[in-house]
Write a protein that binds this ligand. Sequence first.
Ligand code: FES
Ligand SMILES: [Fe+2]
Length: 324
Amino acid sequence: MLKNFWYAVEFSDAITSTPKRLKVLNQDIAIYRTHTQQVVAMQDLCVHRGTALSGGWVEGECIVCPYHGWSYQADGTCTNIPANATDIPIPSRAKLTTYDVREKYGWVWIFMGDIPEVERIPIPDLPYFDDSNLKSLHGDFLWNTHYTRVIENLLDIAHVPFVHAGAFGNREQPQIAEFAVDSYPNGAGATVMLNASRPKGLWGFLASKQPQVVKTRTAFFMPNITFLEVHLVFGRLIVYNAHVPIDDRTTVSKWINLRSFFTGNWADDDARKRVLKIFNQDKDIVESQRPQIVPYDLNEELNVQSDALQVEYRKLRRQFLRDR
Ligand code: FES
Ligand SMILES: [Fe+2]
């Protein structure tokens, strides 16, 4: 488990003054927004009797447990035990584990590790989020498998002609031209010329001159972000994903889609359907993979040239599992 990393775990606009429960790396987390708009994340377990705090409510900066009304402030310290007389001190052990939180790129990021800020790998610099010409759209997708398999699916070029035949891939031309892998500080990417099929539906109107070969860029940023950029004749399509590791068998991809064409809200439904169609084409295949966690040993599965980016991911993951 890579615990000493910032994980993007939810969309900022999904965190309000109504507490909610998140599960990340098998841990239950209560998360809410205070009256000063700060996002607070803490263990979702009241130290009094183990009740889920996410079932409670927010008062100012504090979250109140729904069982006996104990209040906890943002640093996890209990500040009120209603059943006690006011002159009885609050036990020093009445304190919750809290997690550092940041908001960036429209996601909430949580740090659940045990190293100080100065030693942490920072949240990655991600391009295009500040480009006001791009229309943004976001949503969730559930996978019943480990997030490492989901990440590799997003990095995998050679499956496109098979799994996405017709939607994007071209089964008549499955060869993948050799490509270079570029390393980032904590990730890697590759630009691949992909033999594509012509888009259908709404996009088909724009695509009459669409070339057979489409330039695509795929990348990953440890531990859970993937990036895909597709250069279509009529514009650019960018798909970011935060693949949230719920537990060893469950992943939710919090995707953000940026497009340079059809930038009105009217085209959002169509764009959303396209993302979900691609994910749904992948879902059964990815969930069928065994073992569900990507093996760390490069000899355990077979790697060919078109798997170069996934090989880089496996190497980095193995390195960080050792170091962090
Ligand atoms: S269990 Fe939370 S206040 Fe009692
Ligand atoms: Fe796919």
